[in-house]
Design a protein around this ligand. Structure first.
Ligand SMILES: Cc1ncc(COP(=O)(O)O)c(C=O)c1O
Length: 388
């Protein structure tokens, strides 16, 4: 069978590592899975009830392509009250997860050769999706000692006349890095002056710890015209399997995305959307029910890690991950892929190598797993490294 010769495809490293872990599990091997990017908690009852009600009421037909109006309205209202944004329902489209929102958006925006600036360590899919549409990933790196934060000057340095998109992941996967209003304003000012679209991936905005404040790029009315926000129910609503995400953008962008969805997914599952609506109506309780165990698991992870490895890693300020240098594990290895594969193959511990995020010498551990699993995984890691 003939396959496309122009499509540039790369496999998502998180999905690859998770897949390898699941294969081992299916073969009856005990695997410690710290690679999956999801909070392992049950879905809030209000969400389940929302889905059941939708099914009983016969809401099982094709939904509107851009999403059910009730959810578009409720989600933009939630953004406005929670993050001081200024969206109407017409600025909001429901997508099959935040990932398809990004995919459709890049398809809608990019021409071959357009450059997309991303900040390493970056979420694995930004470069893969960019290349699928003929775009060119341009990476600017950050450093742990600077809190993995990019500056306006870093972005200026790599921007060219071909720069079309700047992807900002606030709060960041894998580092949990957050940006202040002042830092965001400075970056947004530069982007606007060069007509660069800022795609602000905010899917972890609900998972803030230690009173950290989340600032949305959608909360700057003066930059509204060149900012697109990606949101999702996956992380802070613990709805990964339901596939409900959102794109918030100027109306012409939403209209284009709607046309793309009309020719691709036809929209998100109707039942998932009604379930998500119940979640949005109950957002505070739902988010608290996810955030509280995640904060506890993060603390357990950091404490045990530091104790076992004599390290002093810091707790992530947000999100679901601890991004740890191989040095903190007492290893001299620099090739994170080699290290992560050996850890999985020989030690049955699944992580994601830093190189997949554009940052060598690090591993990403997800602390979304249950506490007992985290403890057992770290102990297994200690035993495995001690045996080498
Ligand atoms: C930074 C980031 N953006 C977007 C997504 C997409 O999530 P979903 O498609 O489940 O909404 C993920 C998932 O891991 C992510 O980590």
């Amino acid at each position: 069978m003939k396959l496309s010769s122009t499509l540039k495809l790369s496999v998502s490293a998180t999905i690859k590592m998770n897949g390898l872990a699941l294969q081992k599990k299916a073969a009856g091997i005990r695997v410690f899975n710290l690679s999956a990017g999801e909070p392992m908690v049950d879905c809030h009852p209000s969400i389940i009830e929302g889905a059941e009600r939708a099914m009983r009421e016969g809401k099982t037909h094709y939904p509107p392509v851009a999403g059910i109006p009730e959810l578009r309205q409720a989600f933009s209202d939630w953004m406005n009250t929670t993050y001081k944004t200024v969206y109407t329902s017409k600025n909001c489209i429901v997508t099959c997860g935040g990932k398809f929102g990004l995919y459709a958006l890049f398809q809608a925006i990019l021409d071959p050769g357009d450059e997309v600036v991303m900040i390493a360590p970056y979420w694995v899919s930004y470069s893969g999706i960019t290349e699928m549409f003929g775009g060119v990933p341009v990476v600017t790196s950050t450093k742990e000692e600077n809190g993995w934060r990019v500056s306006r000057e870093d972005i200026e340095r790599v921007s060219t006349a071909k720069t079309t998109i700047l992807v900002l992941n606030n709060a960041s996967n894998p580092t949990g890095t957050l940006y202040t209003r002042k830092q965001l304003r400075s970056i947004l000012e530069f982007a606007a002056s060069k007509h660069i679209t800022v795609v602000s991936d905010e899917v972890y905005s609900g998972l803030m710890y230690d009173n950290n404040e989340f600032v949305s790029c959608g909360s700057f009315p003066e930059f509204q015209e060149n900012v697109v926000v990606i949101q999702s129910c996956s992380k802070h609503f613990a709805m990964t399997g339901w596939r409900v995400g959102f794109v918030l953008a100027p109306e012409p962008v939403i209209s284009r995305l709607s046309t793309i969805q009309g020719q691709s997914t036809t929209g998100t599952s109707s039942i998932s959307q009604w379930a998500a609506l119940a979640g949005v109506h109950n957002a505070r309780a739902v988010i608290d029910s996810v955030r509280a165990p995640m904060r506890e698991r993060r603390d357990v992870f950091t404490k045990i890690f530091n104790k076992l490895f004599g390290a002093s890693i810091l707790s992530a300020p947000s999100g679901l991950y601890s991004f740890v240098s191989l040095k903190a594990l007492g290893s001299q290895e620099t090739d994170s892929m080699k290290f992560a594969l050996r850890l999985l193959e020989e030690g049955n511990i699944a992580t994601v190598p830093g190189v997949a995020f554009g940052q060598e010498g690090y591993l990403r551990f997800s602390f979304g797993a249950e506490k007992e699993e985290l403890e057992a995984a770290l102990q297994a890691l200690k035993t495995f490294l001690g045996s080498k």
